[in-house]
Design a protein around this ligand. Sequence first.
Ligand SMILES: [Zn+2]
Ligand SMILES: [Zn+2]
Length: 120
Amino acid sequence: MFFIMSVTEKCEQLNYHEVTECPVCGKFGAAEVYMTYSCFSMFFLPLVKFNRRYQVRMNCCGAGAALPKETGEAIRAGEGITVPPEVFDKMVKRNRTCPNCGFSTTEDYEFCPYCGHPMM
Ligand SMILES: [Zn+2]
Ligand SMILES: [Zn+2]
């Protein structure tokens, strides 16, 4: 018997949109919340979602910060919660990392300059 099992990283945008002054580039941008999770699949059927993480990202310059799990879950549940100000204080310019070779940069590369893999 031959099983095809895989674990993939998925990213979902949550229904959150807050216009605010970006702490990184100083422009007005919208804060958007994303949920990243790992998904265990067998025969390409997603079975289990685990390891949920949340992050806020500015749509002006891509700056982002991790969101505490409770806040992320509350936003996902539509509880009318806003991103706490201390999360904006922690925002840093987006660091893109190549999931294939580990190359990391703050430049806006869509694809890894070393191996051509799409950057995260
Ligand atoms: Zn910005
Ligand atoms: Zn690479």
